[in-house]
Structure formats: structure tokens, C-alpha cells
Design a protein around this ligand. Sequence first.
Ligand SMILES: Nc1ncnc2c1ncn2[C@@H]1O[C@H](COP(=O)(O)OP(=O)(O)OP(=O)(O)O)[C@@H](O)[C@H]1O
Length: 222
Amino acid sequence: MSEPIRFDGVNKSYGDVVALEDVDLELQPGEVHCLVGPNGSGKTTLLDLLLGLTRPTSGTVTVPDVPIGCSFQSPTFYPGLTVTENLDVFARLSGCPDDAWRERLLDVFGLDRVAGQLAGTLSGGWQKKLDLALGFLKRPTYLLLDEPFSELDDASKRRLLDFLADFCTEDRTVLVVTHHVGRFEAIVDRLTVFDGGQVRYDGAVGHDENAHDRYLDVLGLE
Ligand SMILES: Nc1ncnc2c1ncn2[C@@H]1O[C@H](COP(=O)(O)OP(=O)(O)OP(=O)(O)O)[C@@H](O)[C@H]1O
């Protein structure tokens, strides 16, 4: 089993702006972990620290040496290449375990329907699906998704939800950053609520019929 990702006493400031304050957090293997918080609460800063894009002002971020995938709000694909060519290039650059996994991703995201189209000419929803598929391509141990459901139609959301739940049963972890926990409360194992750069709530949540009410309670909503 992989080691957890850990934030221990992490502070991050940009000049006078405190983005994160004394954050302790663990991302456990095999969990769907949801990170919610209002605009400016520090979610992106946390992802940047996790990926090593910026350093903490103080404290420690411990990331095990395992594959990490991501899909954020700005797409990472090459707009001048087709969907198939993008999958080929990303498979060569960062790896893909086998053809069966690639085929499964094509199926989950329905990408065979747009395989020959230039990525830059796809609609917003299809661009999102391509970017998500590229995030999954190397079958990462940790997958970081920023607002994965934005732009997706209802059928695509349901397929992604089922796939995420399945993916995490194999000792893999998905961290979902979102404003809308309600979309996937049925599969979330752990919820962390950020506000003002601080962790306001962090705990395991169940999947029973009272889960929705508990989320609203934790989020301070009616
Ligand atoms: N490079 C930067 N330089 C200066 N301030 C920054 C920088 N990046 C983030 N901040 C500030 O840090 C705080 C946290 O920002 P962050 O982007 O992490 O929040 P967020 O929760 O991701 O917000 P959103 O939901 O709007 O994406 C904000 O006050 C923001 O203005």
C-alpha cells in the first residue's frame, strides 16, 4: 500500500497575503477525498504545494514517490493534435500501463466518438473529458481533479462518478476540489472544508442515506 500524502503545520504566504495557515492534512490511499471551500480559501495553493509548483513558507509537505495525475481547470492537451494523437503523445511522455486501460478510458469518456477531431476544436464538455482521460492515462496512484464535473452533461457525470468509485477500490486516491460536493457525495470517503486558508473540518463521511444532511451541516448550509 502506498504512503499517504501529508501536510504538517503548513503555512503559505504570498507577501502579506496568508493563503494557508497551519494546515495539517493527510490524503490516505484508497479514498475519494473531497476538498471544498469558498473562493480564495487556499485550495489551489494546496494543490500547487502538493505538485511542488510552489514551496511552503513553513511546515512540511510529504509526497511519496508514486505516479500522480491531474486534471485542472486549464486543459493540458495539445489543441493542434487530434484526440487520438493527444492520447498517443501523453502515453509516450508519461506512460500508460496497457492498451486495455486506454480502451477503458476511451469507453468511459466516450472519446472514440471524437477520436479524429482536433482537440482545440472540441466543445467545452469534450475538452474536459479529454483532459480527464489524460489525467487517468498513466493510472496514477494519486489523482488530483479540480472541478471535474464542470462542463459535463448528466450522463457523463454519472459515468465519471461510477468510474471514480471503482478506481479508488484499487489502493488509488482521488482528491476532488470543488464548490459543489452534492454532485458526488455518494462516493466521498473523506471531506475537508477550507475557509480563510484554514482547515475548518476534516473527517470521514459515510455513504448512508443521512450523508446529504451531514454534508449540509458540515458546510454550514441549510
Ligand atoms: N501567486 C499568488 N500571488 C499572490 N497571492 C496569491 C497567489 N496565489 C494565490 N494567492 C492568494 O492566496 C489566497 C488563496 O488563493 P487560492 O487560489 O489558493 O484559493 P482557492 O480556494 O483556490 O480559490 P478559488 O476557489 O477562487 O479558485 C487568495 O487570497 C489569493 O489571492
